[in-house]
Design a protein around this ligand. Structure first.
Ligand SMILES: Nc1ncnc2c1ncn2[C@@H]1O[C@H](COP(=O)(O)OP(=O)(O)OP(=O)(O)O)[C@@H](O)[C@H]1O
Ligand SMILES: [Mg+2]
Length: 370
């Protein structure tokens, strides 16, 4: 699958942009702050209906404008006709998503159809930040692979919000709150929570060996790494856990057990990478996660995700760059979009890669082919 063209209106620092892409490698070259990462983020919007960087969509509307449009033409293979995806947002309104001008009823119906994998300097946040980052990462990946998982997750989160609202209304007192409603919610939450946990655990057994292989290749196989899933629900019944913690939940006015509290533990030589891994080891760890993500999406969906490489030449050492470019050169990846501040350096790095290469010059919110 390839993205043939991209059209932007009032997206981040762009008034307007119109680009045609190579099915091979596309390089965005420009100074710091010129708008290179914003272009990758626009592509991320087309794939996942949201930004990879900004938590609220309205931040993607250009300052002083009142809407943005991101439109892309995708092609499944060279013989297929193209499909147009458009994401738009008008300030104060709901985000709109269309496929060939037909609106989706729900944004979630789009997830997984046009996969993209982003490798960026922020990836180590996944290791260093809270468990929420890791849950979001694996849940987003699983959602792209398995629509049923996504549906269950959406329902679980909606029920959890209702449950927390009931707990809040109680003001910590077991009198005068609607316990029947709480029990009714728990009856629905329990099987869903169990299913989500089981799906995450099964996924991790498939994902871990792929991740380990990428880590060994990237880091010359010096240290043993693994991923484990930590959940109370793995060895307890969720319905029982909800009952056992009801009093505590009432006092704290939130739900203290469930898959929304799980974590994924990243280990190196059996110690947490977060605390014991060097910066370089953490970087390799994060890239290996992303490469495994790419591989598993490509296997399961039978077409290669778009690969978005942000600032790899700046942030990675020569060996890791060489390893990534080896993968680019040997056709492991399909269409690639990368950013750099230096055209000569990019050209030098890509000399061994035979694929079609398009270069774009990015200058304070404008972009044009070189
Ligand atoms: N909603 C917005 N309206 C106007 N400008 C914005 C908006 N959102 C982001 N920007 C601006 O876009 C600029 C470019 O951002 P971007 O991250 O794409 O730069 P970059 O070329 O990747 O830079 P670097 O090389 O430092 O990574 C930033 O200066 C930022 O302030
Ligand atoms: Mg950038």
């Amino acid at each position: 699958m390839t993205l043939d063209s991209l059209h932007l209106l009032f997206f981040k620092n762009y008034d307007e942009a119109n680009l045609r892409f190579s099915p091979g490698i596309n390089c965005f070259i420009g100074d710091n702050g010129s708008g290179k990462t914003n272009l990758l983020d626009a592509i991320h919007y087309l794939s996942l209906t949201k930004s990879a960087f900004t938590p609220t969509d309205s931040q993607s509307i250009k300052q002083d404008a009142d809407f943005f449009v991101v439109k892309g033409k995708f092609q499944a293979d060279s013989s297929a006709s193209s499909e147009t995806i458009q994401v738009s947002l008008r300030a104060g309104q709901k985000k709109a998503l269309t496929h060939d001008k037909q609106p989706y009823d729900r944004l979630s119906d789009h997830i997984g159809k046009y996969p993209a994998v982003l490798i960026s300097p922020y990836d180590t946040d996944l290791i260093r930040q809270s468990s929420e980052e890791r849950r979001k990462y694996f849940d987003s990946l699983l959602s792209q692979l398995d629509h049923e998982f996504l549906e269950q997750l959406i329902t679980y989160n909606a029920l959890l919000r209702q449950r927390n609202a009931v707990l809040k209304q109680s003001s910590g007192s077991s009198h005068g709150f609607d316990r029947d409603y709480l029990l009714a919610l728990d009856e629905q939450l329990a099987p869903l929570g169990q299913q989500l946990t089981a799906a995450r655990a099964t996924f991790l057994t498939e994902f871990t060996p792929i991740f380990q292989r990428h880590y060994q290749q990237l880091a010359d196989g010096r240290e043993a790494v693994t991923l484990t899933y930590k959940s109370q629900l793995l060895d307890a019944d969720f319905a029982q856990l909800l009952r056992a913690n009801e009093r505590r939940d009432l006092i704290l006015q939130r739900s203290t057990t469930g898959p929304h509290r799980d974590d994924f533990i990243f280990l190196m030589e059996e110690l947490p990478v977060k605390n014991y891994g060097s910066q370089g080891q953490q970087k390799s760890f994060a890239i290996a996660l992303k490469l495994a993500q790419f591989e598993i999406l490509a296997i399961r969906q039978q077409h290669k995700p778009l690969l978005l490489l942000d600032d790899i030449f700046d942030r990675l050492d020569e060996k890791r760059i060489a390893r990534l470019l080896e993968l680019v050169a040997n056709d492991t990846f399909g269409q690639v979009f990368l950013t750099d501040t230096n055209l000569a350096r990019t050209d030098l790095a890509l000399t061994r890669v035979s694929s079609d290469i398009y270069r774009f010059r990015v200058q304070s919110g404008t972009v044009a082919p070189v």
